[in-house]
Design a protein around this ligand. Structure first.
Ligand SMILES: *[C@@H]1O[C@H](CO)[C@@H](O)[C@H](O)[C@H]1NC(C)=O
Ligand SMILES: *[C@@H]1O[C@H](CO)[C@@H](O)[C@H](O)[C@H]1NC(C)=O
Ligand SMILES: *[C@@H]1O[C@H](CO)[C@@H](O)[C@H](O)[C@H]1NC(C)=O
Ligand SMILES: *[C@@H]1O[C@H](CO)[C@@H](O)[C@H](O)[C@H]1NC(C)=O
Ligand SMILES: *[C@@H]1O[C@H](CO)[C@@H](O)[C@H](O)[C@H]1NC(C)=O
Ligand SMILES: *[C@@H]1O[C@H](CO)[C@@H](O)[C@H](O)[C@H]1NC(C)=O
Ligand SMILES: *[C@@H]1O[C@H](CO)[C@@H](O)[C@H](O)[C@H]1NC(C)=O
Ligand SMILES: *[C@@H]1O[C@H](CO)[C@@H](O)[C@H](O)[C@H]1NC(C)=O
Length: 550
């Protein structure tokens, strides 16, 4: 179609305006950048959306080879950024996350990139629709930069997978980044995106936040739809953001929770109607810690002195002192129900739900590409990685279901634990429970498991937790800043706004987060012509983990 003269004139002046916008090539320093910082630079014409995306990709190209966080880069990221520049030049900046680069854990369905769970047998699995939460992020203007490595199928906390290899902690290259959302944790710590997403069946949002000096929120069961996310457990799965500051975390949560009721995840029906459309950033700057009552869970510490545990205990002594001097009260909670090993042994539902939930996911009509049609097919293929400590878990899951006689008893037990938890809050008029996500430092690469974690209480009871950086272990040759140590703040259901407010106040009295030394230097962003596909580095899988032997 030939444009008319009038239309041509309009088009030419529009193109000139955009040309101007696009010639703003000053590269923007994206290290530790925030949503607000990116928006200020963009809306004051300091830079273009394309230039912002280029700057993040340049950091990924410079530093990903050392920490191996990315499974796929979005081949369309630059062209999407250019579209945003046109939209911006036309005066349209709709969306709370306009031009905000985001990385997704590679168990979130994306219609424009494979969704693999880090598993070789799912390398070709291609969703035709975005998970509702991904659609919400895109609708809010976010640019999905790519997909991050995870512990294979999100089943452990070491962040090693047959497709993605081993992700490395940017603060200490001899340690894991926690997990299972460790690719997102390491990537966000290294400023590869403004924020990222993860999933959490027992610890998996909180462990990488803790191990990378970041903030995360595991929402109350039902607040965010889990449809279109590779599942493990209907009872325990939750999804949420991981960010470098509380404000960005709250903005991300607001968008992710905006999906609201979703018939494809019936747990979303539990969300109180008063919370539909809630803006979690609104209440962040209210209040103070004066009079706030925290319960410090003694059973979630390891008091055996060692280089792996003493730094955690020391950081929590310092945290208690900081909270107390800010006017809060810290009450020791000594009840023996707070024993993570015991809770896990008695109430973990994963083994019984995994096969059914995964079979439902794999049979979705919206999945295309060569892939297994059941969990049993996947494990028969031999194209996966199971670490030895998981053999019994996987072997049991393959023959178990919610029809097992033990399932109902476990669900009743969880109800009891939930009541006991509410009683604890009531007895001491608590606002939140606090404790280390890990009683010991995040483990060394090659360790058999990410031991000592305390995520199970929130996972089975469906309670919300905001994780905040609490401190660092002493500096060593491998960890110049020390190894990050994180604190969980657990609340009663639907108290996310209150927990985020506390997290913001705590981050103010105890400023902890620092960028890792290994990725600290600025990266000059060259003009990029296309987005290369980052090939995951499987050569780093520790040899002790055989692929495909069960
Ligand atoms: C502005 O952008 C939004 C989101 O991309 C889009 O839905 C809307 O149609 C745009 N409005 C105009 C006037 O271009
Ligand atoms: C909700 O969905 C789960 C998983 O699909 C299913 O097991 C359960 O029966 C559903 N509950 C209701 C009340 O429909
Ligand atoms: C936070 O403070 C502002 C300003 O004082 C007030 O308008 C708002 O209602 C408060 N919000 C909450 C959730 O307390
Ligand atoms: C514990 O840390 C000290 C001081 O950094 C060091 O000398 C010692 O070798 C460490 N012990 C172990 C078992 O790593
Ligand atoms: C916690 O539970 C485990 C498993 O039941 C048990 O072996 C351990 O002694 C308990 N720890 C404490 C401090 O009671
Ligand atoms: C569920 O039942 C199967 C068949 O009896 C059994 O092999 C499996 O161990 C059971 N799973 C659990 C978690 O008890
Ligand atoms: C739950 O609590 C009730 C009442 O205290 C008790 O009778 C029941 O045995 C408990 N069930 C489990 C599975 O712990
Ligand atoms: C507590 O820490 C010690 C020292 O690191 C370790 O040997 C022990 O296994 C830990 N205990 C538990 C229950 O994780």
């Amino acid at each position: 179609m030939r444009p008319t003269n009038a239309a041509l004139t309009i088009w030419v002046s529009f193109a000139l305006a955009i040309g101007l916008a696009l010639t703003q090539t000053d590269s923007y320093d994206v290290r530790e950048s925030t949503v607000e910082g990116v928006h200020n630079a963009l809306y004051s014409d300091l830079t273009s959306c394309r230039s912002i995306v280029e700057s993040f990709i340049a950091r990924i190209e410079a530093y990903n080879p050392a920490i191996n966080t990315i499974i796929t880069l979005n081949p369309n990221a630059l062209s999407i950024a250019e579209e945003k520049d046109y939209t911006l030049a036309a005066g349209n900046t709709t969306g709370a996350l306009f031009c905000i680069p985001v990385l997704l854990k590679d168990n979130y369905d994306t219609s424009d990139m494979h969704t693999t769970g880090g598993c070789l047998d799912l390398a070709d699995s291609q969703p035709t629709v975005d998970a509702p939460v991904v659609a919400a992020l895109k609708n809010a203007g976010a640019i999905i930069l790519g997909k991050t490595n995870l512990h294979e199928l999100a089943l452990e906390g070491l962040t090693v997978s047959s497709l993605g290899g081993q992700t490395i902690n940017p603060y200490d290259h001899t340690r894991t980044p926690g997990g299972s959302s460790g690719g997102t944790g390491a990537a966000v710590a290294a400023s590869f995106a403004v924020f990222g997403t993860g999933t959490d069946t027992v610890n998996s949002l909180r462990s990488p936040a803790s191990a990378n000096s970041l903030f995360s929120v595991r929402p109350t069961r039902g607040l965010i739809s889990r449809a279109g996310i590779i599942p493990i457990s209907f009872t325990q799965d939750a999804i949420g953001p991981i960010a470098r500051n509380v404000h960005d975390l709250a903005l991300a949560l607001t968008v992710m929770a905006s999906v609201g009721y979703d018939p494809d995840d019936n747990a979303t029906a539990l969300t109180p109607s008063s919370l539909i459309g809630q803006d979690y950033s609104a209440a962040l700057y209210n209040g103070s810690l004066q009079g706030v009552r925290f319960g410090l869970v003694e059973g979630f510490f390891n008091r055996t002195a060692s280089n792996e545990t003493t730094p955690v205990n020391q950081v929590f002594d310092d945290m208690t002192a900081a909270l107390t001097s800010a006017g809060a009260t810290v009450v020791p909670i000594t009840s023996n129900i707070f024993n993570s090993t015991a809770i896990s042994n008695a109430y973990d539902t994963q083994r019984l739900e995994f096969r059914q939930d995964m079979d439902t996911y794999l049979s979705q009509a919206s999945l295309q590409g060569t892939r297994p049609s059941t969990l049993n097919d996947l494990y028969s293929s031999g194209k996966y990685l199971v670490i030895p400590s998981q053999y019994s878990y996987v072997n049991t899951a393959l023959v178990s279901s919610t029809g097992n006689t033990t399932y109902t008893g476990i669900k009743f037990g969880i109800q009891n634990l939930t009541v006991a938890l509410e009683d604890t809050f009531k007895a001491d008029s608590l606002d939140a429970l606090i404790y280390p996500e890990q009683a010991n430092l995040v483990v060394k690469i090659g360790s058999p498991s990410q031991s000592g974690r305390n995520g199970i209480l929130a996972a089975v009871t469906g309670s919300p937790v905001v994780t905040v950086p609490a401190g660092f272990s002493p500096s060593t040759a491998n960890a110049p800043l020390g190894v990050p140590i994180g604190m969980e703040i657990l609340g009663l259901p639907w108290t996310e706004a209150k927990l985020l407010n506390m997290a913001r106040l705590i981050a103010e009295v105890n400023r902890v987060r620092r960028m890792p030394k290994s990725t600290e230097a600025a990266v000059e962003s060259a003009q990029l012509v296309g987005v290369p596909k980052i090939l995951p580095d499987t050569k780093d899988i520790p040899k002790v983990y055989p692929i495909g032997i069960l």
